[in-house]
Ligand binder design. Structure first.
Ligand SMILES: *Cc1c(COP(=O)(O)O)cnc(C)c1O
Length: 381
């Protein structure tokens, strides 16, 4: 894009998405193709030879992702975990050490515990909201500090700029899983992070109709190494999945505004409800990460978690809502409710990352907020 066009929503709608030069189509076509005609051996038109290596619909998505995260290079993957795996195997080797959040997403924890550790990469969970604790957890062989902020499902906040300082002092990379905030609310690369990870399945795609992942990096050299692994390991998304994800990105800004506004109302109602023990939402002034969140995020996001008096009470709420659909995942236009202990985070049971049994997690959608409040009130009654 031209240097004078920088606004987020403008980039989301135009970056990588110039009208098609042959037909004028204003939306990048779905290039549902595996291979490309060569004009003589090695004579590629536009650099495409085989769609695992590159595909024009994926290129459109990757260019857009890089621009909206203010990075040098974006790379799309078949899922968020495929992106995490490609990153791990590019920047770590057996013998290296990684610090992860002590309440990381369950699938990220499983990747470290069951795949990376047997491969030879060790890891330690640490409370990443506590900069001194992270500094204390750093070892000479630490290669990566892996941050989620806000975390899934406890909505803990960590200070990206401060942790970038800790990582770089130690010669390590700061990786930020930006799935919960989305680049509309928070751009970690502008705060000093080296790599941004996304499950584009969530807010970026935004319609619960596609699974995908992405990496965006500040350094073009690291981008090249990741692109090599993306092709060599092959966990790429298909053209239609890329097209759906790009379609989601165009409305990310307006969707997030509504997600945040609705979540604020829901959090406020829950704090006043007698059946609710505590509410975890970084927008609440008494949330321990509120000040840092206010500093590094544009608004506080669409995810709200809360604790009930018991596991039974938590399960009961999850099974009683009607508009909030009981289901895993998050970030779609429709509201979802779940019990992390038995659902999304069941893989962390018995580990240091086990989540409280009385916890309920909401992905607050963009429906009419009065309907959402009524649904929760009835389920809590
Ligand atoms: C869902 C999720 C992932 C994993 O992404 P998939 O697309 O499901 O593979 C990673 N991190 C966070 C924070 C998530 O919510």
């Amino acid at each position: 894009m031209d240097n004078d066009v920088q606004g987020f929503e403008t980039l989301a709608i135009h970056a990588g998405q110039e009208p098609d030069p042959t037909t004028g189509a204003v939306v990048p076509p779905i290039y549902q193709v595996s291979t490309y005609k060569q004009d003589g051996i090695g004579g590629l038109r536009g650099g495409y030879e085989y769609s695992r290596s590159a595909n024009p619909t994926r290129t459109a998505l990757e260019v857009c992702l890089a621009e909206i995260e203010a990075g040098a290079r974006g790379l799309a993957f078949a899922s968020g975990l495929a992106a995490e795996d490609a990153l791990l195997r590019t920047v770590c080797r057996p013998g290296d050490h990684v610090i992860i959040p002590d309440d990381a997403y369950g699938g990220t924890y499983r990747l470290f515990a069951k795949v990376a550790e047997p491969w030879g990469v060790s890891f330690d969970p640490a409370p990443l909201g506590d900069v001194a604790a992270v500094r204390a957890a750093v070892r000479p062989d630490t290669k990566v500090i892996w941050v989620e902020t806000p975390t899934n499902p406890l909505l803990a906040i960590s200070d990206i700029a401060a942790l970038a300082g800790v990582a770089h002092e130690a010669g390590a990379l700061l990786v930020v899983d930006n799935t919960f905030a989305s680049p509309y609310l928070q751009r970690p690369l502008t705060l000093g992070a080296d790599v941004v990870v996304h499950s584009t399945t969530k807010y970026v795609g935004g319609h619960s109709d596609v699974v995908g992942g992405a990496l965006v990096v500040a350094d073009a050299g690291l981008g090249e190494r990741l692109a090599f692994h993306q092709n060599a390991m092959g966990a790429v998304p298909g053209p239609f999945d890329c097209w759906l994800t790009l379609r989601g990105i165009r409305t990310l800004g307006v969707r997030m505004d509504r997600h945040c506004a609705n979540a604020e109302r829901v959090a406020e109602m829950l704090t006043r409800h007698p059946a609710v023990r505590s509410v975890l939402y970084p927008g609440l002034p008494d949330h321990p990460g509120h000040e840092v969140a206010a500093k590094q995020m544009k608004a506080f996001g669409g995810m709200v978690s809360f604790r009930m008096q018991s596991e039974e009470a938590a399960v009961r709420v999850c099974e009683r809502t009607k508009l909030f659909t009981l289901g895993e995942s998050l970030g779609g236009v429709e509201s979802l409710i779940e019990h992390p202990g038995r659902m999304t985070h069941a893989s962390a049971a018995g580990s240091p990352l086990e989540v409280p049994a009385d916890l309920v997690r909401l992905s607050v959608g963009i429906e009419d907020v009065e309907d959402l409040l009524r649904d929760l009130e009835l389920a809590l009654s």
